[in-house]
Unconditional design. Structure first.
Length: 271
């Protein structure tokens, strides 16, 4: 599953990645500083953090947060999406609907047209606002040893809003599927990214009704689930008692390392 992240290239062979907390509102000012520090083409990690520290000492420009630009009524046409995402939406500037947005999905630009003549002035203000934002940085595309940097404009800003919308939708679908699967399964993996499913004989709520069921579940998690955990993985269920979630992790055994798990897939063995 795709997650929101921001990358900056360090030197010629390193990448620094910032993953915002998906459960909190993104710190837009820190993201701006992070990207601007990366745009200075730091040769080392120390260079990057020195530049970031300088930016954080500067007063926050008021016009950075003065304008609210949103996409609403977004409709994606996956069957028409070829080189780009085909979609339509309404563009709002400071809570006022000002333009109709469209991309035909064939690799062309994202276009926006004012609904009426009076909306043109607000669109121009939004264009000017976006020009003063930090450039878009694409660390995966390197030209002459430097990451591709594209000046920000309203079109790129709109595309970025769409990408965030699609990522959020994918995250919601992922979490909804997890909630359903955890009713009768133990889930483990990486939050908001990938999980493995081990199906139980009965629903967890029913198992936890008896002390014996609780002990059996605790034993099986400790002996059969925890040894499978790899670096960065954890038990993801939200319907288990706290003491089951705090079991200490064991080093995987030789037997458990041979188990051929597949992500988001019901396992053949039941516990």
């Amino acid at each position: 599953m795709e997650e929101e992240k921001y990358n900056v290239r360090i030197g010629t062979d390193k990448m620094l990645v910032y993953h915002p907390n998906p459960y909190c509102e993104p710190d837009k000012e820190f993201i701006r500083q992070f990207r601007e520090a990366g745009a200075s083409n730091p040769a080392t990690i120390q260079d990057f953090f020195n530049r970031l520290a300088e930016l954080q000492k500067q007063p926050i420009p008021q016009n950075r947060t003065a304008m609210q630009i949103e996409l609403r009524n977004i409709k994606v046409a996956e069957h028409m999406s070829e080189e780009t995402t085909a979609f339509t939406a309404n563009l709002y500037v400071d809570n006022q609907k000002v333009a109709f947005v469209k991309n035909d999905g064939r690799g062309g630009s994202t276009n926006y047209q004012p609904f009426k003549q009076e909306d043109v002035s607000n669109i121009r203000k939004a264009e000017e606002y976006c020009k003063n934002l930090p450039p878009a940085i694409y660390p995966e595309t390197v030209i002459d040893g430097k990451p591709l940097t594209v000046p920000m404009n309203l079109e790129n800003y709109i595309d970025d809003l769409l990408d965030k919308h699609l990522s959020q939708k994918e995250r919601e679908k992922f979490n909804k599927r997890m909630e359903k699967h955890q009713e009768d399964s133990i889930l483990y993996g990486i939050h908001d990214k990938q999980y493995y499913r081990v199906k139980l004989i009965k629903p967890i709520a029913e198992i936890l009704k008896s002390p014996k069921g609780m002990e059996a579940l605790k034993h099986n998690i400790h002996e059969k689930i925890i040894p499978r955990l790899k670096e960065g993985q954890s038990i993801l269920n939200t319907n288990l008692p706290p003491d089951l979630m705090q079991l200490e992790r064991k080093r995987p055994t030789k037997q458990s390392s041979r188990i051929d798990d597949s992500p988001d897939k019901q396992q053949g063995r039941k516990i």
